[in-house]
Design a protein around this ligand. Structure first.
Ligand code: AMP
Ligand code: GLY
Length: 415
């Protein structure tokens, strides 16, 4: 089978890698891909939102299955476009992607279907929003209603910060004219629950925890994620059951009832609060960097899973996962998530005993160079978190990293 993967980060490298392991897959294309993906797939220089060009390419190559990584491609309607042309594609329609692309839609849905989440109100008027925030306790959680590349959430500690954020979200044109959701501030450990989903059928993947802040001790600005690990000791079997049934299965049913059936991956960004597990956000795709620690544990045939979901066929055999633990460390360009340069040479990247996922790399004149904020992720597998962490850091230390930095405390919450 010929497979086409859309995207070019660490998440897509992990997707390409599991597909590459499938005996059914003979050839993989990836648009736009990256240097690491290029070692096992043919990279195609098409952007993930160039829907028509992607379709043309898939038709020319007669690919059997397309798998979509990034939310931007889903929100641009790539799935609708491929399906209209009769091609098999793994990912949600534009209508279903709303669960991620609109915070307000997601909050309304959760309220209507009794899915636990922070209570909220939404505003399009700056004065009303400010008045509401001013009379409530701080910190205030302010969420821009739309895709904002991870920058749409502000936890304001006082009125001054809230005023500034609301101005930016409702008066300025930073994100475009929109709405803001103001919600209760919740506390507790966060974790990521990803499931394959096809209508009402929900197939869980191992849980993972992401590290969103740039620096050790969970300090510094929010990033796309600086590291992750699987196997979360603070989640009891009862917690898991609750999250699976009351959140992940329930959202699948809710989206069917709304006429927006899910088909692809649903990602629950969940928090274990003192009042139980609640939803912080839903995403309509694989998480990054969670995917790089979760998919290496997949023992079942990835092609079967992706193609069954794409075709709306029930998966009969249970999806099998290794019981081992994975832990991964992201190496990012100094300056990320602020401004940074690209094109720095990378040496000694492959280290024995670990997996390496490329997040933002390219080849220039045959040399491997940095090509993004998050550059590489080293993922180690072991029987314990400590052993996985030791292996991952031993490998990370070998990578020539004058222009890179990484957190030294991935897994600190439990180790
Ligand atoms: P989101 O983009 O919705 O995942 O929000 C980004 C981050 O902001 C989350 O990972 C949380 O750490 C934090 N956050 C979002 N909503 C809340 C909330 N209601 N209470 C506390 N923290 C929150
Ligand atoms: N790691 C968080 C996300 O993919 O949204």
């Amino acid at each position: 089978m010929k497979v086409f993967v859309i995207g070019g980060g660490g998440r897509e490298h992990a997707i390409v890698e599991v597909l590459h392991r499938s005996a059914q897959v003979s050839e993989i294309f990836c648009a736009p891909g990256n240097a690491g993906i290029g070692d096992i797939a043919t990279c195609v220089p098409i952007k993930d939102t160039e829907t028509e060009k992607l379709l043309q390419f898939a038709q020319q190559q007669q690919v059997d299955l397309t798998v979509v990584g990034p939310e931007a491609a889903l929100a641009a309607g790539v799935v609708d476009c491929f399906r209209a042309a009769g091609l098999a594609i793994f990912g949600h329609t534009q209508a279903a992607t709303r669960i991620e692309s609109s915070k307000e839609f997601a909050k309304e849905l959760m309220q209507k279907y009794g899915i636990p989440t922070a209570s909220y109100r939404s505003f399009d008027c700056y004065e009303d929003a400010l008045a509401y925030v001013a009379e409530r306790p701080f910190p205030a959680v302010l969420k821009y209603d739309g895709l904002a590349a991870g920058k749409g959430v502000v936890i304001a500690q006082d009125l001054e910060e809230a005023t500034e954020a609301l101005k930016e979200m409702l008066l300025d044109t930073t994100f475009g004219k929109g709405r803001v959701v103001v919600e209760d501030f919740l506390t507790g450990p966060e974790f990521s629950f990803m499931c394959f989903v096809d209508g009402r059928n929900v197939y869980p993947m191992p849980l993972a925890q992401d590290h969103k802040r740039a620096f050790d001790g969970d300090r510094g600005p929010n990033t796309g994620g600086m590291g992750a690990y699987t196997s979360l000791p603070f989640i009891t079997p009862e917690d898991w059951q609750f999250a699976y049934e009351q959140i992940m299965c329930r959202v699948a049913v809710a989206m069917c009832d709304e006429g927006r059936p899910l088909s692809g991956v649903v990602y629950g960004g969940l928090m274990k609060t003192p009042d139980g597990i609640k939803v912080i956000e839903f995403n309509a795709r694989f998480g990054d960097p969670e995917t790089e620690v979760v998919l290496p544990l997949l023992q079942s045939d990835a092609y079967n899973i992706f193609s069954s979901i794409a075709l709306g066929k029930k998966i009969d055999n249970p999806i099998l996962w290794s019981q081992e633990i994975t832990l991964g460390v992201v190496l990012a360009t100094k300056g990320y998530p602020g401004s940074y340069e690209k094109g720095f040479p990378l040496e000694n990247v492959e280290q024995a005993g670990t997996r390496l996922f490329h997040m933002g790399t390219a080849r220039r004149d045959g040399r491997l160079v940095t090509n993004g904020g998050r550059v590489l992720m080293v993922v180690a597998t072991a029987d314990t978190h400590q052993a996985a962490r030791d292996k991952a850091y031993a490998a990370a230390a070998q990578i020539d990293s004058d222009h890179l930095f990484y957190r030294k405390d991935i897994g600190h919450y439990i180790i």
